[in-house]
Write a protein that binds this ligand. Structure first.
Ligand SMILES: Cc1cc2nc3c(=O)[nH]c(=O)nc-3n(C[C@H](O)[C@H](O)[C@H](O)COP(=O)(O)OP(=O)(O)OC[C@H]3O[C@@H](n4cnc5c(N)ncnc54)[C@H](O)[C@@H]3O)c2cc1C
Length: 440
């Protein structure tokens, strides 16, 4: 049986890895010249690291299992990490119970309310009710206005930019579950992980393992059309060719799905509302000295053009990055944001002004290089009643499937959720493969 996979990001390649364990033959199509999608790597000059920052949490059980399955467990490094807050022009650590108790922007009552919100959130198992209330209303209801403004709003803005008040409470519920459990219960200290060599190591190993099983992976091959074959199966159109597959799985964003798939395969425009994605603009600075002691600095200062600072080198051994320090400055924005019209140089100038606001003593001569990365479709916005507007994995055609990040309803966008989503898909798909090969 021949299976086509559209998209060579983490979803597409992990899916190919799982399907290649069956008797099916897999072929992956990636439009870009490099595999990895949003988790791909970038050449920063004297070293290669992730284009966008990626971290692994101790609670990422599905992802860690995949890493073990790929034989990369020896390359997985766990390190103590720190989170910081920037409130009223001051930096505060927020990584341990002690930091929490000492956190000056909140008084003791606020802290009790915050602790209650986190505890209460971590005990909820059913997302349904949370889908009906905005995250802002839910957090204010549980923890009050001050706790929201001083603690939650910076965190939400770092993750969702100006759209943070449109998402449902599911977003913060999944976040609480994922992030706050990352603190090891023994030490009550935050730990995070990375793979030596960054995500490139994972993609290289996935590719090697696919090659061993004779699966094909094509880069620079954009799928332009997906149509039903009259005798069963699906045709993929690319580079003026048409190739037949028994089954096809689409893993890219929904705007591409709408553009390339024929309307009789899937009708996502039937929904009253479309899934909206946030994009990300992310400046990366390579410097001779560290810029921040925190892996994540949450900030919500209107004068600063980015919404967080990710000190990758506070986590990753600098030997991995040629002795240089790598810091990411992301801003999550909607598709209509004026920043999309600006050139990379204009954006760098704006972001660098923000760096100077945040760190007035920062010495620009320490910058080795600066980079501006942009991705238009990144984070599906989990608005109210989100689960009602997403496409199903099964489509109108029994041989065509959609498996992508817009379908995460119990999770935020992360690679642990990707692996988990594929596990769920494979339960059904393996039965399908077995049934089809028995009936052919
Ligand atoms: C700034 C940022 C920070 C992040 N931090 C973390 C983190 O710390 N931890 C974590 O676990 N996750 C993190 N993530 C999320 C992680 O990157 C995603 O979960 C993952 O990359 C999603 O992979 P995907 O394959 O579903 O989507 P994508 O990476 O978007 O892959 C889709 C692929 O489809 C291809 N494609 C599109 N159209 C076509 C076509 N017509 N033909 C062929 N190919 C096509 C695209 O080129 C792309 O490669 C982060 C993401 C971002 C952007």
């Amino acid at each position: 049986m021949k299976i086509g996979i559209v998209g060579g990001g983490f979803m597409g390649l992990v899916l190919a890895h799982e399907i290649s364990k069956t008797t099916a033959h897999v072929k992956v199509f990636e439009a870009d010249s490099q595999l990895g999608g949003l988790a791909t790597h970038y050449d920063y000059g004297s070293f290669i690291w992730d284009k966008y920052y990626h971290v692994i949490l101790p609670t990422d059980n599905h992802l860690v299992s995949l890493i073990e399955d790929l034989g990369l467990e020896n390359k997985l490094q766990w390190r103590r990490s720190m989170t910081g807050y920037y409130v009223n022009k001051k930096f505060y650590p927020f990584s341990s119970s002690k930091d929490f108790l000492l956190f000056p922007p909140l008084n003791i009552i606020d802290k009790m309310k915050l602790a209650f919100t986190i505890f209460y959130g971590s005990k909820i198992n059913d997302r349904k009710k949370l889908e009906k209330i905005t995250v802002k209303d839910w957090l204010i209801k549980l923890g009050g206005q001050r706790t929201y403004e001083k603690f939650w709003a910076p965190l939400l803005k770092a993750k969702l930019g100006e759209s943070h008040d449109r998402v449902s409470a599911v977003f913060i519920w999944t976040y609480i579950k994922r992030l706050f459990q990352a603190r090891s219960s023994a030490a009550q200290k935050e730990h995070m992980g990375y793979i030596d060599g960054g995500y490139k190591t994972v993609f290289d190993r996935l590719q090697e393992s696919l090659a061993k099983r004779e699966s094909e992976v094509l880069t620079k091959t954009s799928i332009q059309g997906i149509t039903a074959n009259t005798k069963g199966g699906i045709n993929l159109e690319y580079q003026g060719k048409r190739e037949h597959f028994d089954k096809v799985i689409f893993t890219g964003p929904l705007n591409v799905l709408e553009k390339v798939s024929s309307p009789n395969l899937i009708d996502i425009t039937n929904n009253k509302e479309d899934v909206e994605y946030l994009g990300v603009l992310c400046m990366v600075l390579i410097t001779e000295e560290p810029m921040t002691p925190y892996y994540v600095l949450n900030l919500a200062d209107k004068k600063v053009p980015f919404t967080g600072v990710i000190g990758m080198s506070s986590l990753v051994d600098v030997k991995q990055t040629d002795g240089k320090y790598i810091t990411y400055f992301p801003k999550y924005v909607t598709a209509d944001h004026s920043f999309w019209c600006k050139s990379d140089d204009e954006l760098k100038t704006i972001f660098l002004e923000g760096v100077k606001q945040l760190y007035p003593s920062f010495n620009e001569t320490l910058i080795v290089s600066s980079h501006m990365h942009k991705a238009f479709k990144v984070q599906p916005l989990q608005v109210l009643n989100y689960s009602e507007i997403i496409p199903k994995m099964r489509t109108k055609n029994p041989d065509f499937f959609v498996v992508n990040t817009s379908q995460f309803v119990n999770d935020t966008l992360n690679n642990n959720s990707v692996v988990n989503h594929i596990k769920d898909f494979m339960v059904d798909f393996e039965k399908e493969l077995k049934f089809t090969s028995e009936t052919v």
